[in-house]
Design a protein around this ligand. Sequence first.
Ligand code: NAD
Length: 504
Amino acid sequence: MNTTEKPKTTIVIFGATGDLAKRKLFPSIYNLYKSGKLSEEFAVVGAARRPWSNDVFRENVADSIKEAAKEEISIDLDEFCKHFYYLPFDVTNAESYQELNTLLTNLEEEFHIPGNRIFYMAMAPNFFGTIASNLKAEGVTNTNGWNRLVIEKPFGHNFSSAEKLNQELREAFAEDEIYRIDHYLGKEMVQNIEVIRFANAIFERLWNNRFISNIQVTSSETLGVEDRGGYYDSSGALRDMVQNHMLQMVALLAMEPPIRLKPDDIRNEKIKVLRALRPVSLEQVDEYFVRGQYGPGIANNSEVIGYREEKNVDPDSNTETFVSGKLMIDNFRWAGVPFYIRTGKRMKQKSTKIVVQFKELPMNLYEDKQKDSKMHPNLLVIHIQPDEGITLFLNGKKLGLSGETTPVQLEYCNNCGIDALNTPEAYERLIYDCMLGDATNFTHWDEVALSWKLVDTISTAWENNKAADYPNYESGSMGPKASDELLAKDGFHWWPITDIEFGV
Ligand code: NAD
């Protein structure tokens, strides 16, 4: 982030009465303002169906900021909220767009904003195409400044729907005006992957198939589907998590060093990784991927129901709430190194973590002295959330006379100090990047397309062949047995997601 620039822009939020706007967008805009990153001259227009007035909208914005605030509100909130305007909006009606254009033109005059407009799509994805084409058709994008379109996930349901959506968007906006959100890319420690790799000689030199045996990426949740049963049942973990967040983390871990830290250079390297992913045929899907659906069990210390009993979920649902898989990247750097991914709901613990397992030394000099004659492999653990930090597992001498080795942890915690309170949230970072025109942490269409192509094969195989064993993992566990077997076949095992369990 260039912390000195204060972009002057209006932000139009389509779906401003919804959950995303309330929980993430308003608090993020407030934090940017509070930390001095936003020009005094900005305006936000909320557009949604409800017949709200500016005052009702401003009350809602203020409430959402108070609810999300980590510390006391230190600015004049009423003054801040005066920058927020509301427009009752019908996305299919041309008149709505005319009214929007008039309002924006007036606000730009009032706040001296040079026609820069961000259009943030925070409503159901089936409206994205309609809104984009109307914005262009009704001349809302016809300004003296720049236009940027921010698109929330899901970007399509499969490759062909994503391609159709992309074509609709591209008729109104150029690729470099489209900012596809993957909020994982806004997370502090996901952005840190690049720094850990490219700013440390001790890692980058070992970052290849000569020294790394496998890489594991886990993103687990303890929550079930909550009140999103209807949406989730037609999506599932593969589309909700693997197509975007999991593959993006793999691409960042596996990419070659970019020529420069510029958006196109970084995104090109990520695209090359996705291109090098070994294609999996329909027949091979079960060899490389495992699906699961949670049954009843104990999560967060209370008894919970199984997925099929959840509200708005088909009682015979074939939807997966868990996916694990083995990705092979067939290039010089990674040939032979499996990247294992795992994500699911109602798992034992909420955690997003990356474990890089290094290969063993060619010879263990301490073999005779070890009880199990094995040495702990060196591991680099990148904690993404809720903890943020790095742990490096080395081997040291066990205290005393036995001469045994013992694993030692070197730990760096990113969110333990007082600075943690001031760490920007993912959405805050991404909104600011979009204002600055920095698309590094947004996904390019080519990344979306390549990810869908892999995911489509898996979902087709699973749709054609219904799971006979659902539910196949208990709530509060780490997923189905087959997920452990996936690694066992290769002589590996999942590293635990809590450090305590590492037994050190
Ligand atoms: P929501 O249902 O809470 O809000 C939808 C908003 O769209 C409301 O403001 C509603 O008034 C408006 N709307 C719906 N139909 C409309 C119409 N015909 N004309 C005008 N306005 C209309 O949804 P949400 O949870 O805020 O999600 C919005 C988008 O963000 C979705 O694409 C979702 O997939 C994505 N998303 C949400 C979250 C989250 O945490 N909520 C996270 C990631 C992605």
